[in-house]
Design a binder for this molecule. Structure first.
Ligand code: UD1
Length: 426
C-alpha cells in the first residue's frame, strides 16, 4: 500500500489547476445509460472512483473509450448486455448505485446491489427507493440486491423529500427524464452538481427546469439523444487547496475554479483572516496568508448553500492552528469525525461530543505517522502535515486516490515537499 511522506512548514506559491468534479462526473456518467446515442464528457477527472464506474458501465455493455490520463471520456450505451450491477462493483463505490434509475427508466427493469454503509455513516438509500416507488416501480429488496421493475415504464410523480439528499435528488432526476408525465421534486438538494446534471440532461433533450431552487420540475420525454458536456470544476478540490494554502501559508492562485459554488467556504476562510480574491469571470481564486495569525471560526455543516460536509475535515485541520477555540458541528453524517484522533496525533487539541468537535487552537503541529480513514478525512491529514513541523507519513492513501487527481504533482508544483512511497520501495 502506498504512503505519502510530507515535510511541512514550507510556504507555497504558484498556480494549481482545478480538475473536473468527481461528484458531478459520476452522475453524468450514469446519465449516458439513458440514451442509445454517444455521450462525451470533457474535463473528466482521472480518479479511482470515476474509473470504477467506467468499469461497471462496461460490464453493463456500455462502450467506454477513455484512455488513461485523458480528460475526455466517450460513452456509448447503444446496446446494453446486462441490467445487473453486481455487489463486487457497487460495494467499491456507493455512487455506482445511481445506475439503477437510468436502467429502470430506459429498460423497465434493473437489479442493482445495495451499496451498504461506509466509514462516515450508515448512508441508507430509502429516499431513492421511495422516489422510484412513487414513480410506479415495483421493488423487491432481497439478498442485498434491489430488484426493480416498471413493465409499462415509469410515470411522473410528485415527490416531497423529508430531508435534503443529494444522491436521491440526482437519482430521481435521472429516472424522471424518461418517465411518462411530469415529476416534481420538492425539498430537492441545491448542490451545484445538481445544476450541472440538469444542464447535461437538458442538452440530451430532457425537459427539466428549476435545478438550483428547492423545487425541480421534469416533464418526461420518450427518448434522449447524445451530447457533449463539460464536467463542472470540483468545488471540494478547490476548497481543499484553499485550506492547504491557508494552513501552510503563501500565495497561490487556483485556476478553473468554480468560484460561485464556494461562497460558504470563502466566507469561512475570510473570517479566519485569509485573503481570498475571487474572480468569477476569470474563474480564479487567489489565496494568501503571509504570517498572519488564524482567527478561530465556528462552522455548521449544512446542505448547499451552507458549509459543505465534504470540507469539514479540512477546516478542522486549519482550525487546529487557530488563535482560540472553534466549534465545528457536523449535521449531515453521523460518524464524520474520524480525522479528529489522527489530527490529535499531530498535536491538535480536539474533543468530540456527539456531532460537535471543540477545537482548541495550538501554536504548532508536529509530524507523526497517521492513517487516512476516508476520502475527505485523508486530505485533512495532508493539510495538517503541510503546516506541521517535521515529517508526517500518511498511510492508506488509496482513499485520497479516489477523489484527488494528481495530488502530489499539484502540491509539489507550488513548492510543497510531498512524496509518494510505494510499499515495494521499502
Ligand atoms: C453526496 C456526495 C458526498 C457528500 C454528500 C452530502 C456524491 C458521490 N457524494 O453523497 O460527497 O458528502 O452528498 O453533500 O455525490 N440519507 C438517507 N436516506 C437516503 C439518502 C440519504 O437517510 O436515501 C442520509 C444520508 O445517510 C446522510 C444524508 O441523508 O446522512 C445526506 O446524504 P446525501 O445528500 O444523500 O449524500 P450522498 O448523495 O450519499
Amino acid at each position: 500500500m502506498d504512503r505519502l511522506k510530507i515535510s511541512g512548514g514550507k510556504p507555497l506559491s504558484g498556480t494549481i489547476p482545478i480538475s473536473g468534479a468527481k461528484n458531478s462526473a459520476l452522475k453524468l456518467m450514469a446519465a449516458a445509460l439513458l440514451t442509445p446515442e454517444p455521450v462525451t464528457l470533457t474535463n473528466m477527472p482521472n480518479l479511482a472512483d470515476t474509473r470504477f464506474l467506467s468499469q461497471l458501465l462496461s460490464t453493463l455493455g456500455v462502450e467506454v473509450y477513455w484512455p488513461k490520463g485523458d480528460a475526455t471520456c466517450h460513452l456509448n450505451a447503444a446496446e446494453l448486455t446486462s441490467t445487473i450491477a453486481p455487489y463486487e462493483q457497487v460495494r467499491k463505490m456507493r455512487a455506482s448505485f445511481n445506475v439503477l434509475g437510468p436502467l429502470l427508466a430506459r429498460y423497465g427493469h434493473a437489479t442493482v446491489s445495495l451499496p451498504g454503509g461506509c466509514a462516515i455513516g450508515a448512508r441508507p438509500v430509502d429516499l431513492h427507493l421511495k422516489a422510484f416507488e412513487a414513480m410506479g416501480a415495483d421493488l423487491l429488496v432481497e439478498q442485498g440486491y434491489v430488484k426493480a421493475a416498471a413493465i409499462h415504464g415509469l410515470k411522473g410523480a410528485h415527490i416531497v423529500f423529508p430531508f435534503v439528499s443529494v444522491g436521491a435528488t440526482e437519482h430521481a432526476m435521472l429516472a424522471a427524464t424518461l418517465a411518462n408525465g411530469e415529476t416534481v421534486l420538492e425539498n430537492a438538494a441545491r448542490e451545484p452538481e445538481i445544476a450541472d446534471l440538469a444542464d447535461c440532461l437538458n442538452s440530451m433533450g430532457a425537459q427539466g427546469s428549476g435545478a438550483g431552487p428547492a423545487t425541480i420540475t421534469i416533464e418526461g420525454v420518450e427518448k434522449l439523444h447524445g451530447t457533449t458536456h463539460d464536467v463542472m470544476a470540483d468545488r471540494i478540490e478547490a476548497g481543499t487547496y484553499a485550506m492547504v494554502v491557508a494552513a501552510a501559508g503563501g500565495d497561490v492562485t487556483l485556476t478553473n475554479a468554480p468560484v460561485a459554488a464556494l461562497s460558504a467556504v470563502n466566507h469561512a476562510l475570510r473570517n479566519a483572516g485569509i485573503i481570498v480574491d475571487a474572480d468569477k469571470d476569470a474563474r480564479t481564486l487567489r489565496i494568501q496568508r503571509n504570517g498572519s495569525k488564524l482567527n478561530a471560526v465556528n462552522i455548521d455543516t449544512a446542505p448547499h448553500p451552507g458549509f459543505p460536509t465534504d470540507m469539514q475535515a479540512q477546516f478542522m485541520a486549519l482550525m487546529s492552528l487557530a488563535d482560540g477555540t472553534s466549534i465545528i458541528r457536523e449535521n449531515i453524517f453521523e460518524n464524520r469525525f474520524m480525522h479528529a484522533p489522527e489530527l490529535s496525533r499531530l498535536g491538535a487539541n480536539i474533543s468530540v461530543r456527539g456531532h460537535e468537535a471543540i477545537v482548541k487552537g495550538v501554536d504548532a503541529l508536529k509530524g507523526a505517522p497517521v492513517m487516512a480513514t476516508d476520502l475527505r478525512a485523508s486530505v485533512s491529514l495532508v493539510i495538517a502535515a503541510l503546516a506541521a513541523q517535521g515529517e508526517t507519513e500518511v498511510s492508506r492513501i488509496y482513499h485520497l486516490d479516489r477523489g484527488f487527481e494528481r495530488l502530489e504533482q499539484k502540491l509539489t508544483a507550488v513548492g510543497a515537499d510531498v512524496r509518494r512511497v510505494s510499499a515495494e520501495e521499502e
